[in-house]
Write a new protein. Sequence first.
Length: 214
Amino acid sequence: MSYFYDSILIVVCYLLGSIPSGLIIGKTFKNIDIREHGSGNLGATNAFRTLGTKLGITVAIIDVLKGTVAMLIANHWFHDVIHVPTILFGITAVIGHIFPIFANFRGGKAVATSGGVLLISSWPIFVIGLSTFIITLLITRFVSLASTVAAIAIIVTVVIAYTYSDLQFFKFFNRDIYLVITISAFFSFIVVRHIPNYKRLLKGIENKIGRKKN
């Protein structure tokens, strides 16, 4: 019974992550299934291309909130009754986003929801990742490349921060081995989910943001 709340909350966070925001927004406002357009992905990037900027931003915000709310549930609302590292609930939400039960387990690529988890777990790392993503995107216009470079920047930062946490600069970072493990997992998720994009990048046919998919 001591792990009853843990089990229930893990299921809740998975279901939260499984909310197919891209599918819901597309069906509600455009009467289309975005999985049948563009890249066929439920993530925010395909939502931008398929639904337009405003609805794409809406999808991105909801996807971020899925990770954020999962962490708030664990860190603040039910902190006193759980017995496992709270970051586990964030991981569960990300897994739900990638493999959503409400959308035949065909979800997004883990970027936005992972960012939502990091926003609560360690906001300085979130800011570094977001800044790297925006800068890389502005330079290259490749979302897949920007996502990967941001993931690399985050994992390098968190490892350095954990290793040199005694330095004043890193006092703002959350020194938590579970966070290091989690970010390593997120990095793996993002890389694996973007393998088709890497292949297109090597062939020179990857779609840039702002252009319709051929």
